[in-house]
Design a protein around this ligand. Structure first.
Ligand SMILES: Nc1ncnc2c1ncn2[C@@H]1O[C@H](COP(=O)(O)OP(=O)(O)OP(=O)(O)O)[C@@H](O)[C@H]1O
Ligand SMILES: [Mg+2]
Length: 339
Protein backbone atom coordinates (compact mmCIF):
# COMPACT_ATOMS: atom_id res chain seq x y z
CA UNK A 1 0.00 0.00 0.00
CA UNK A 2 1.32 3.43 -0.92
CA UNK A 3 0.42 6.40 1.23
CA UNK A 4 2.10 9.15 -0.82
CA UNK A 5 0.32 8.83 -4.07
CA UNK A 6 -2.24 11.60 -4.32
CA UNK A 7 -1.04 12.54 -7.83
CA UNK A 8 -1.17 8.91 -8.97
CA UNK A 9 -3.69 7.96 -11.65
CA UNK A 10 -7.11 7.07 -10.31
CA UNK A 11 -6.72 3.54 -11.61
CA UNK A 12 -3.65 1.92 -13.08
CA UNK A 13 -4.11 -1.57 -14.48
CA UNK A 14 -0.87 -3.34 -15.31
CA UNK A 15 -0.42 -6.64 -17.11
CA UNK A 16 -3.70 -8.08 -15.84
CA UNK A 17 -4.47 -11.69 -16.75
CA UNK A 18 -7.52 -13.77 -15.92
CA UNK A 19 -8.09 -17.46 -16.61
CA UNK A 20 -11.29 -19.46 -16.21
CA UNK A 21 -11.12 -23.17 -15.44
CA UNK A 22 -13.92 -24.96 -17.24
CA UNK A 23 -14.66 -28.65 -17.74
CA UNK A 24 -14.01 -28.13 -21.44
CA UNK A 25 -10.60 -26.52 -20.83
CA UNK A 26 -8.95 -23.29 -19.76
CA UNK A 27 -10.36 -20.01 -21.09
CA UNK A 28 -7.99 -17.04 -21.24
CA UNK A 29 -10.18 -13.93 -21.51
CA UNK A 30 -7.52 -11.45 -20.30
CA UNK A 31 -3.88 -11.78 -21.33
CA UNK A 32 -1.90 -8.90 -19.91
CA UNK A 33 -4.24 -5.90 -20.14
CA UNK A 34 -2.69 -2.56 -19.19
CA UNK A 35 -4.39 0.82 -19.09
CA UNK A 36 -4.83 3.79 -16.79
CA UNK A 37 -7.50 6.36 -16.09
CA UNK A 38 -6.75 9.68 -14.43
CA UNK A 39 -9.20 11.38 -12.09
CA UNK A 40 -11.93 13.06 -14.12
CA UNK A 41 -10.72 11.54 -17.41
CA UNK A 42 -13.04 9.95 -19.97
CA UNK A 43 -11.56 6.83 -21.53
CA UNK A 44 -13.03 4.47 -24.13
CA UNK A 45 -12.42 0.72 -24.30
CA UNK A 46 -13.30 -0.68 -27.73
CA UNK A 47 -13.10 -4.00 -29.48
CA UNK A 48 -15.33 -6.61 -31.08
CA UNK A 49 -17.55 -8.95 -29.13
CA UNK A 50 -15.49 -11.42 -27.07
CA UNK A 51 -12.38 -9.23 -26.78
CA UNK A 52 -12.58 -9.10 -22.98
CA UNK A 53 -14.09 -5.68 -22.37
CA UNK A 54 -16.68 -6.80 -19.83
CA UNK A 55 -14.22 -9.23 -18.23
CA UNK A 56 -11.86 -6.29 -17.68
CA UNK A 57 -14.48 -4.24 -15.82
CA UNK A 58 -15.59 -7.31 -13.86
CA UNK A 59 -11.97 -7.92 -12.85
CA UNK A 60 -11.68 -4.33 -11.57
CA UNK A 61 -14.78 -4.82 -9.45
CA UNK A 62 -13.74 -8.36 -8.51
CA UNK A 63 -17.03 -9.82 -9.70
CA UNK A 64 -15.55 -12.55 -11.90
CA UNK A 65 -17.57 -15.62 -12.92
CA UNK A 66 -17.16 -18.92 -11.05
CA UNK A 67 -13.87 -20.64 -11.84
CA UNK A 68 -12.22 -17.38 -12.92
CA UNK A 69 -9.12 -16.08 -11.22
CA UNK A 70 -6.62 -13.28 -11.63
CA UNK A 71 -3.31 -14.96 -12.45
CA UNK A 72 -1.07 -11.92 -12.85
CA UNK A 73 -0.96 -8.16 -12.74
CA UNK A 74 -2.00 -5.23 -10.63
CA UNK A 75 -5.08 -3.00 -10.39
CA UNK A 76 -3.78 -0.03 -8.47
CA UNK A 77 -6.72 2.11 -7.38
CA UNK A 78 -6.64 5.38 -5.43
CA UNK A 79 -9.60 5.10 -3.10
CA UNK A 80 -12.01 7.86 -2.01
CA UNK A 81 -11.77 7.09 1.71
CA UNK A 82 -8.17 8.24 2.27
CA UNK A 83 -6.51 8.63 -1.17
CA UNK A 84 -4.46 5.52 -0.48
CA UNK A 85 -3.54 3.33 -3.42
CA UNK A 86 -4.77 -0.24 -3.00
CA UNK A 87 -4.25 -3.20 -5.31
CA UNK A 88 -7.70 -4.50 -6.22
CA UNK A 89 -6.08 -7.56 -7.84
CA UNK A 90 -4.99 -8.93 -4.47
CA UNK A 91 -7.64 -7.59 -2.09
CA UNK A 92 -10.17 -10.12 -0.72
CA UNK A 93 -13.13 -9.80 -3.11
CA UNK A 94 -15.71 -10.20 -0.33
CA UNK A 95 -13.99 -7.88 2.19
CA UNK A 96 -15.69 -4.76 3.55
CA UNK A 97 -12.92 -2.75 1.88
CA UNK A 98 -13.75 -4.16 -1.56
CA UNK A 99 -17.51 -3.80 -0.97
CA UNK A 100 -16.99 -0.14 -0.12
CA UNK A 101 -15.07 0.42 -3.36
CA UNK A 102 -17.55 -1.59 -5.43
CA UNK A 103 -20.58 0.25 -4.19
CA UNK A 104 -19.16 3.60 -3.19
CA UNK A 105 -16.15 4.47 -5.36
CA UNK A 106 -16.83 2.76 -8.66
CA UNK A 107 -20.34 2.61 -10.13
CA UNK A 108 -21.54 0.72 -13.16
CA UNK A 109 -24.21 1.30 -15.72
CA UNK A 110 -25.25 -1.49 -18.02
CA UNK A 111 -26.88 -2.10 -21.36
CA UNK A 112 -30.09 -3.38 -19.79
CA UNK A 113 -31.36 -1.11 -17.01
CA UNK A 114 -34.06 -3.55 -15.87
CA UNK A 115 -31.29 -5.69 -14.33
CA UNK A 116 -30.23 -2.77 -12.11
CA UNK A 117 -33.69 -2.32 -10.58
CA UNK A 118 -35.81 -4.61 -8.48
CA UNK A 119 -39.33 -4.93 -9.94
CA UNK A 120 -40.98 -4.83 -6.52
CA UNK A 121 -39.63 -1.49 -5.23
CA UNK A 122 -40.15 2.01 -6.54
CA UNK A 123 -37.32 3.95 -8.16
CA UNK A 124 -37.33 6.23 -5.12
CA UNK A 125 -36.94 3.44 -2.60
CA UNK A 126 -34.01 1.91 -4.44
CA UNK A 127 -32.10 5.14 -5.02
CA UNK A 128 -32.82 6.39 -1.48
CA UNK A 129 -31.48 3.14 -0.04
CA UNK A 130 -28.28 3.54 -2.02
CA UNK A 131 -27.89 7.16 -0.88
CA UNK A 132 -28.43 6.32 2.79
CA UNK A 133 -26.05 3.40 2.61
CA UNK A 134 -23.19 5.66 1.65
CA UNK A 135 -24.23 8.89 3.30
CA UNK A 136 -26.45 8.44 6.38
CA UNK A 137 -29.32 10.99 6.31
CA UNK A 138 -33.00 11.06 7.27
CA UNK A 139 -35.73 9.94 4.85
CA UNK A 140 -36.80 13.47 3.95
CA UNK A 141 -33.27 14.52 3.01
CA UNK A 142 -32.83 11.29 1.03
CA UNK A 143 -36.09 12.01 -0.84
CA UNK A 144 -34.84 15.48 -1.75
CA UNK A 145 -31.59 13.97 -3.01
CA UNK A 146 -33.44 11.33 -5.09
CA UNK A 147 -35.52 14.06 -6.76
CA UNK A 148 -32.38 16.14 -7.31
CA UNK A 149 -30.61 13.18 -8.95
CA UNK A 150 -33.60 12.35 -11.19
CA UNK A 151 -33.71 16.00 -12.20
CA UNK A 152 -29.96 16.00 -12.87
CA UNK A 153 -30.31 13.10 -15.33
CA UNK A 154 -33.10 14.90 -17.19
CA UNK A 155 -36.22 13.11 -15.92
CA UNK A 156 -39.18 15.47 -16.29
CA UNK A 157 -41.47 15.63 -13.22
CA UNK A 158 -38.89 13.90 -10.99
CA UNK A 159 -41.06 14.12 -7.87
CA UNK A 160 -43.84 12.08 -9.49
CA UNK A 161 -41.59 9.74 -11.50
CA UNK A 162 -39.70 8.84 -8.31
CA UNK A 163 -42.70 6.80 -7.17
CA UNK A 164 -42.86 4.78 -10.40
CA UNK A 165 -41.58 1.23 -10.73
CA UNK A 166 -38.86 0.62 -13.33
CA UNK A 167 -41.28 -1.13 -15.71
CA UNK A 168 -43.48 2.00 -15.84
CA UNK A 169 -40.70 4.06 -17.44
CA UNK A 170 -39.77 4.15 -21.14
CA UNK A 171 -36.41 2.60 -22.15
CA UNK A 172 -34.65 5.97 -22.31
CA UNK A 173 -36.10 7.10 -18.97
CA UNK A 174 -35.13 3.82 -17.36
CA UNK A 175 -31.58 4.32 -18.59
CA UNK A 176 -31.59 7.79 -17.02
CA UNK A 177 -32.94 6.42 -13.73
CA UNK A 178 -30.19 3.79 -13.70
CA UNK A 179 -27.60 6.53 -14.21
CA UNK A 180 -29.16 8.44 -11.28
CA UNK A 181 -28.84 5.32 -9.16
CA UNK A 182 -25.19 4.90 -10.21
CA UNK A 183 -24.52 8.46 -9.08
CA UNK A 184 -26.24 8.01 -5.71
CA UNK A 185 -23.04 6.87 -3.98
CA UNK A 186 -21.04 9.82 -5.38
CA UNK A 187 -18.60 7.60 -7.26
CA UNK A 188 -15.31 8.84 -8.70
CA UNK A 189 -15.26 6.30 -11.52
CA UNK A 190 -18.25 5.41 -13.66
CA UNK A 191 -17.98 2.27 -15.78
CA UNK A 192 -20.50 2.26 -18.61
CA UNK A 193 -20.63 -1.12 -20.40
CA UNK A 194 -22.42 -0.72 -23.75
CA UNK A 195 -24.75 1.79 -22.08
CA UNK A 196 -26.70 2.68 -25.21
CA UNK A 197 -26.62 -0.46 -27.36
CA UNK A 198 -30.21 -1.43 -26.52
CA UNK A 199 -31.62 2.03 -27.25
CA UNK A 200 -32.80 3.45 -30.55
CA UNK A 201 -30.50 5.91 -32.26
CA UNK A 202 -32.02 9.20 -31.12
CA UNK A 203 -32.33 8.09 -27.50
CA UNK A 204 -28.79 6.71 -27.77
CA UNK A 205 -27.42 10.13 -28.69
CA UNK A 206 -29.27 11.80 -25.81
CA UNK A 207 -28.09 9.30 -23.23
CA UNK A 208 -24.48 9.65 -24.46
CA UNK A 209 -24.73 13.43 -24.20
CA UNK A 210 -26.07 13.02 -20.67
CA UNK A 211 -23.19 10.74 -19.63
CA UNK A 212 -20.73 13.22 -21.12
CA UNK A 213 -22.35 16.19 -19.34
CA UNK A 214 -22.37 14.40 -16.00
CA UNK A 215 -18.77 13.29 -16.42
CA UNK A 216 -17.70 16.89 -16.96
CA UNK A 217 -19.96 18.57 -14.40
CA UNK A 218 -19.27 16.09 -11.63
CA UNK A 219 -15.59 15.59 -12.51
CA UNK A 220 -16.13 11.83 -12.83
CA UNK A 221 -13.68 9.49 -14.43
CA UNK A 222 -15.46 7.49 -17.14
CA UNK A 223 -14.62 4.09 -18.58
CA UNK A 224 -16.89 3.77 -21.60
CA UNK A 225 -16.96 0.23 -22.97
CA UNK A 226 -18.33 -0.35 -26.44
CA UNK A 227 -17.89 -2.32 -29.65
CA UNK A 228 -19.03 0.78 -31.53
CA UNK A 229 -16.31 3.29 -32.38
CA UNK A 230 -19.02 5.81 -33.28
CA UNK A 231 -20.09 5.90 -29.63
CA UNK A 232 -16.70 7.01 -28.34
CA UNK A 233 -15.91 9.51 -31.09
CA UNK A 234 -17.38 12.49 -29.25
CA UNK A 235 -17.47 11.17 -25.71
CA UNK A 236 -13.93 10.30 -24.57
CA UNK A 237 -10.45 11.79 -24.64
CA UNK A 238 -8.37 8.64 -24.85
CA UNK A 239 -9.03 5.21 -26.35
CA UNK A 240 -7.80 1.68 -25.63
CA UNK A 241 -8.41 -0.84 -28.42
CA UNK A 242 -8.66 -4.42 -27.12
CA UNK A 243 -8.18 -7.67 -28.96
CA UNK A 244 -8.28 -11.10 -27.29
CA UNK A 245 -7.70 -9.78 -23.81
CA UNK A 246 -4.93 -7.33 -24.60
CA UNK A 247 -4.66 -3.64 -25.44
CA UNK A 248 -3.23 -3.64 -28.96
CA UNK A 249 -3.48 0.11 -29.58
CA UNK A 250 -4.05 3.18 -27.43
CA UNK A 251 -4.02 6.90 -28.02
CA UNK A 252 -5.86 10.20 -27.94
CA UNK A 253 -9.25 9.79 -29.62
CA UNK A 254 -8.32 12.06 -32.57
CA UNK A 255 -5.17 10.00 -33.26
CA UNK A 256 -7.10 6.74 -33.19
CA UNK A 257 -9.61 8.04 -35.73
CA UNK A 258 -7.26 10.05 -37.98
CA UNK A 259 -4.14 7.97 -37.72
CA UNK A 260 -4.92 4.39 -36.62
CA UNK A 261 -1.66 2.45 -36.37
CA UNK A 262 -2.76 -1.16 -35.83
CA UNK A 263 -4.29 -3.14 -38.72
CA UNK A 264 -7.06 -4.23 -36.32
CA UNK A 265 -8.01 -0.64 -35.49
CA UNK A 266 -7.84 0.24 -39.18
CA UNK A 267 -10.15 -2.67 -39.99
CA UNK A 268 -12.54 -1.68 -37.17
CA UNK A 269 -12.73 1.84 -38.56
CA UNK A 270 -13.44 0.54 -42.07
CA UNK A 271 -16.22 -1.62 -40.72
CA UNK A 272 -18.27 1.22 -39.21
CA UNK A 273 -20.49 3.56 -41.20
CA UNK A 274 -18.47 6.70 -41.96
CA UNK A 275 -19.45 9.58 -39.73
CA UNK A 276 -19.04 12.01 -42.62
CA UNK A 277 -19.29 10.06 -45.87
CA UNK A 278 -22.37 7.83 -45.80
CA UNK A 279 -21.68 6.54 -49.34
CA UNK A 280 -18.39 4.87 -48.36
CA UNK A 281 -18.47 1.08 -48.71
CA UNK A 282 -18.19 -0.84 -45.45
CA UNK A 283 -15.71 -3.66 -45.20
CA UNK A 284 -16.45 -6.11 -42.40
CA UNK A 285 -13.36 -7.65 -40.79
CA UNK A 286 -12.64 -11.10 -42.27
CA UNK A 287 -13.36 -14.02 -39.96
CA UNK A 288 -14.28 -13.75 -36.31
CA UNK A 289 -12.53 -13.28 -32.99
CA UNK A 290 -10.81 -16.60 -32.14
CA UNK A 291 -12.06 -18.41 -29.05
CA UNK A 292 -10.39 -17.58 -25.75
CA UNK A 293 -10.09 -21.40 -25.33
CA UNK A 294 -7.40 -21.58 -28.02
CA UNK A 295 -5.45 -18.37 -28.41
CA UNK A 296 -3.33 -17.95 -31.54
CA UNK A 297 0.44 -17.87 -31.10
CA UNK A 298 2.40 -14.68 -31.80
CA UNK A 299 0.32 -11.59 -32.51
CA UNK A 300 -3.27 -12.48 -31.56
CA UNK A 301 -4.61 -10.71 -34.67
CA UNK A 302 -2.35 -12.50 -37.19
CA UNK A 303 -5.03 -15.05 -38.15
CA UNK A 304 -7.19 -12.25 -39.62
CA UNK A 305 -4.57 -9.67 -40.54
CA UNK A 306 -4.12 -8.62 -44.16
CA UNK A 307 -0.93 -6.68 -43.40
CA UNK A 308 1.36 -9.33 -41.91
CA UNK A 309 5.03 -8.43 -42.29
CA UNK A 310 6.23 -12.05 -42.25
CA UNK A 311 6.49 -15.23 -40.26
CA UNK A 312 7.38 -13.28 -37.15
CA UNK A 313 3.70 -12.30 -36.75
CA UNK A 314 2.86 -15.96 -36.14
CA UNK A 315 5.72 -16.56 -33.73
CA UNK A 316 6.18 -13.50 -31.57
CA UNK A 317 4.05 -10.93 -29.78
CA UNK A 318 5.05 -7.46 -30.99
CA UNK A 319 6.07 -4.93 -28.34
CA UNK A 320 3.73 -2.06 -27.47
CA UNK A 321 5.56 0.62 -29.45
CA UNK A 322 5.20 4.40 -29.46
CA UNK A 323 3.94 5.62 -32.83
CA UNK A 324 2.93 9.19 -31.97
CA UNK A 325 2.32 11.56 -29.09
CA UNK A 326 0.68 9.46 -26.36
CA UNK A 327 -0.06 6.90 -29.10
CA UNK A 328 1.10 3.25 -28.94
CA UNK A 329 0.45 0.13 -31.00
CA UNK A 330 1.50 -3.53 -30.79
CA UNK A 331 2.33 -4.40 -34.40
CA UNK A 332 5.55 -5.41 -36.18
CA UNK A 333 4.83 -2.74 -38.81
CA UNK A 334 6.10 -0.32 -36.19
CA UNK A 335 9.01 -2.28 -34.69
CA UNK A 336 12.57 -2.90 -35.83
CA UNK A 337 12.07 -6.68 -36.02
CA UNK A 338 9.28 -6.14 -38.53
CA UNK A 339 11.18 -3.81 -40.90
N1 LIG B 1 -18.30 -17.35 -17.58
C1 LIG B 1 -17.49 -17.57 -18.62
N2 LIG B 1 -16.98 -18.78 -18.88
C2 LIG B 1 -16.17 -19.01 -19.93
N3 LIG B 1 -15.79 -18.05 -20.79
C3 LIG B 1 -16.26 -16.81 -20.60
C4 LIG B 1 -17.15 -16.48 -19.52
N4 LIG B 1 -17.45 -15.16 -19.60
C5 LIG B 1 -16.79 -14.69 -20.68
N5 LIG B 1 -16.06 -15.67 -21.28
C6 LIG B 1 -15.21 -15.54 -22.46
O1 LIG B 1 -14.27 -14.52 -22.21
C7 LIG B 1 -14.01 -13.77 -23.38
C8 LIG B 1 -14.24 -12.30 -23.10
O2 LIG B 1 -15.62 -12.07 -22.84
P1 LIG B 1 -16.23 -10.63 -22.52
O3 LIG B 1 -17.62 -10.84 -22.07
O4 LIG B 1 -15.31 -9.89 -21.64
O5 LIG B 1 -16.21 -9.95 -23.98
P2 LIG B 1 -16.74 -8.51 -24.41
O6 LIG B 1 -15.58 -7.84 -25.09
O7 LIG B 1 -17.37 -7.83 -23.27
O8 LIG B 1 -17.81 -8.88 -25.53
P3 LIG B 1 -19.25 -8.20 -25.87
O9 LIG B 1 -18.95 -7.03 -26.77
O10 LIG B 1 -19.98 -9.29 -26.58
O11 LIG B 1 -19.91 -7.81 -24.58
C9 LIG B 1 -14.89 -14.35 -24.47
O12 LIG B 1 -14.13 -15.26 -25.22
C10 LIG B 1 -15.97 -15.06 -23.69
O13 LIG B 1 -16.48 -16.15 -24.42
MG1 LIG C 1 -19.32 -7.20 -22.88
Amino acid sequence: MNTEATDAPLIDVENLSVVIDRDEGVVRPLNGVSFRIDAGQAVGIVGESGCGKTMTSNALLRILPPGAKITSGHIRYRRKLDEQVVDLATIDSSSAEMRQIRGGDISMIFQEPMTAFSPVHTIHNQIAEMIQLHDPMDDQAARRRVVELLDLVGIVGPDERADDYAFQLSGGMRQRAMIAMALASKPRLLIADEPTTALDVTVQARVLKLIQRLQRELGLALMLITHDLGVIAHTVEYVYVMYLGQVIEEGPVVEIFDNPAHPYTQALLHSIPSLTDKSKRLEPIEGSVPSAFALPTGCPFHTRCTKQVGDICKRQMPAHTQVGKGHFASCFIHTEEGS
